[in-house]
Design a protein around this ligand. Sequence first.
Ligand code: GLU
Length: 492
Amino acid sequence: MTRTRFAPSPTGFLHIGSLRTALFAYLFARHEKGKFILRIEDTDRNRLVEGSIDQIIRSLEWGGIQIDEGIEINKDGNLVQKGECGPYIQSERLKIYQEYIQILLESDNAYYCFCIRERLDHLRKTQEANKQATRYDGHCRSLSLKETKKRVAHGEPAVIRLKMPTEGTINFVDMVRGEVSFENKQIDDQILIKSDGFPTYHFAVVVDDHLMKITHVIRGEEWISSTPKHIALYQAFGWNVPFFAHLSLLVNEQRQKLSKRHGDISLEDFKEKGYLVEALINFISFLGWNPGDEREMFTLKELEKEFTFKKVSKAPAVFNREKLNWYNKQYIIAMNPEELVDNALPFFIQHGLVNPESIERDFLVRAVQLEQGRAVTLVDLVEALGFLFASSLIIEPELLVWKKSTRDDAKEKLNQVVIFFQTIKEGEWNKVKLKEKTMVWIQENDFCIGNVLWPVRVALSGQKNSPGPFEIAGVLGKDKTIVRIRSAASLL
Ligand code: GLU
């Protein structure tokens, strides 16, 4: 059975590039009817950030990426592990690594190294000065295991290194990049266990991928040079080597690697800016993948059916903001207004426009439709609708006057509209009926359309540009509409 995993280090928020890795590993598992596993790689104790495991899980959950095995947050908000290959947090697996490193020591595939910092620094500086590749020189490679064990037992600090073969090559077929080959002699004797007894990433990742029965290792391109070290470890253990897929780099439009410095790269940022999860997932799935035809809109379920590595490109994937905006807009347009309110409500509350204690849902359902075709994000939507919620508007009186008209005329028209609107029954108070009736009334009175509709629109919105007067009046309702027109007339 296909088993893929996402193995983040808990060093902060989920980066958008990591989300892509998780998504591709998840989609592939689903496509192959396999399992998707979450493992936390927390052996680098200096980089840990408190709370990140929760963050990562919540972000995956938000994205709809379901974890079959690994860690989840239960109803009480606690982290719990599920699955038969646990624990799924590396710091809880230290005993396992100790056990497996013994196998490599006994089979002479690993050795204790006692070289102190000063020696290694000196070695590196000399190599740099001679323009050589910096690497360990094998100083402790031929010490006998018996002797080294004694030294360790006496408390001498040591690391354990991989005894890389000095000849031959490591070849593998990457599912994205095709054939890859590295010469063994170019590969350093990697540290497997640090002096504090913790495994390094290289050792833990191989032991865990093997014990967790991972069939396909899917990760970012930055790990490709580590893969031969990992394969050397599989070979040293005599284990089957999994398949590998290294996903291309994510770059911005200037072709620079996406990085924290350029802002906006954590999933949280996008969420806070009012991007919809469906849009983001659809957009991210296209970062290096496409269905091979013109289709662009995919739900997560559809992606699960369509996704294969045959359509994953090795070229750097460009993170195109315009495209993301396009997706978000399409998803906002496609939503029914009820759903849109559900999604926008937290933003209305956050902007202080809606009191969570007294939500007027019908009003919101009408309101969101005013901007549904225009808004790029939920924040745009909410900001553009702010005027609807104001108890009174601040209006520059001159703005109420249509180009060819005068203040007096604008005042008179507004007053007449108030009288006319009062004759319209509540049951007919909707944008369609309002428009129909008002246009007839304008015609009957021989008014110029602009002289009436411009001041009314400004009276209702307080803005130079806004949705049309009937749309706004329909949302505000009869009473509020009349109050706003009256108070605008009083400014003139
Ligand atoms: N812990 C590594 C990371 O943070 C995982 C790399 C891998 O998937 O092997 O990206």
